[in-house]
Ligand binder design. Structure first.
Ligand code: KG4
Length: 359
């Protein structure tokens, strides 16, 4: 029987990515990150769309070459339809449509958030593992349905009950900022480059997590809020600047030993406490002990360690995706697309991308 070969495309934010999955095995996954946003301290949508236009052809071409797959061997094209930046999504959507039309093969649209959760089911081929040292020799555990997934990225923070690849229920979500946004915005206040999450992660390792107590929200249910924490972080710095009679964060850092490290460690601990507190409640109420994390923030080493610790304490089976599948990538889109393809769930050629949606 002819193998099922899916080319997938992800372009929802500032990473252009293409992957090839054959019969459920990941053959290639190419990601071009956009450096152009660094100097602005955040993603500039117009620049992101332009960079996607420049990147998409070489990225798709490289993904096919690395997979050793010809275009005429493709069974379908899967693409991220949303949520995300509309201009960025348009580039991937239009490219996917054009190629699917030219090759006369079906199109499969994928919800980016479902994609992040499906990252847990990506099965890298031997060929792909050879290219990623951290994947060599490790066995990837896939969660069993139903499981609870904490989905934390730059744009979302949700607790999702996952009963099947296409049956997901949001139990709770942020009512204002996402966890990744809190990392990025606080990092910006400290004068760290964008995206700030990985920088905070690194500095937090050398800091005292109990040095600065920041405000935690008190919301009922499983919803999150991070805007108060951002304000608390900002006001702590403002008050310290006043006390030290300085006008810049760098001056504070010169005067107070380990200032940035302690701020990062305290912030990271507060975010982790907020995230895992609600996750614990959801797991207990739903009586589900298969617990996973997904999304860019799931790369955070403090969150990974804390989740592993919770797993030990509460007897959860914990699933943490390999680093390569945490931030935006086309492999996860291909995995969700592969399942949809097997179910014959295709999308019309006039499908428009969407900026906002739920799972
Ligand atoms: O999933 P993702 O690549 O993009 C979205 O779909 O939003 O997530 C990006 C977010 C950014 O906010 C970034 O700062 C955060 O993930 N992030 C981290 C780490 N690595 C990436 N946050 C904390 N610690 C990290 N190590």
């Amino acid at each position: 029987m002819k193998p099922v070969t899916i080319l997938s495309i992800e372009s929802s934010c500032d990473d252009t990515s293409a992957a090839v999955i054959r019969d459920g095995l990941l053959l290639s996954n190419v990601i071009a990150s956009q450096k152009v946003h660094e100097e602005y301290g955040g993603v500039v949508p117009e620049l992101a769309s332009r960079a996607h236009q420049q990147n998409i052809l070489p990225v798709v071409d490289t993904a096919l070459k690395r997979a050793d797959v010809e275009k005429n061997e493709l069974s379908a094209i899967a693409f991220t339809r949303g949520p995300g930046l509309l201009g960025s999504l348009l580039v991937g959507t239009s490219f996917a449509k054009g190629l699917a039309l030219a090759l006369n093969i079906p199109l499969v649209d994928v919800n980016h958030l479902q994609g992040h959760i499906m990252a847990h089911f990506v099965e890298p081929s031997e060929q792909y593992r050879q290219t990623i040292p951290s994947l060599q020799g490790i066995e990837i555990q896939h969660p069993r349905y139903p499981f609870i997934c904490l989905l934390v990225s730059g744009g979302n923070s949700q607790i999702v009950k996952v009963e099947a690849y296409n049956r997901m229920t949001i139990l709770g979500q942020t009512i204002d900022d996402a966890a990744g946004e809190a990392f990025d915005k606080c990092a910006k206040v400290l004068g760290l480059p964008y995206p700030g999450g990985p920088w905070i992660d690194r500095l937090a390792k050398q800091g005292d997590e109990n040095k600065y107590p920041f405000a935690k929200p008190n919301l009922p249910g499983y919803d999150y809020s991070f805007s108060g924490l951002k304000t608390s972080f900002l006001y702590t710095i403002r008050d310290m600047m006043k006390a030290e009679s300085v006008t810049a964060v760098e001056e504070l850092a010169e005067r107070i030993p380990n200032f940035k490290e302690d701020m990062c460690a305290s912030l990271q601990k507060t975010i982790i406490d907020i995230l895992l507190g609600k996750l614990k409640k959801a797991s207990r109420d739903e009586r589900i002990t298969e617990v996973a994390i997904a999304g860019g923030v799931s790369a955070n080493s403090g969150l990974r360690d804390a989740l592993t610790d919770y797993g030990r304490r509460y007897r959860w089976n914990v699933y943490i995706p390999p680093f390569s599948f945490t931030t935006d990538n086309a492999a996860m889109i291909g995995q969700a697309g592969y399942y949809k393809y097997l179910d014959g769930d295709f999308c019309p050629i006039d499908a428009a991308p969407y900026a906002k949606t739920l799972i």
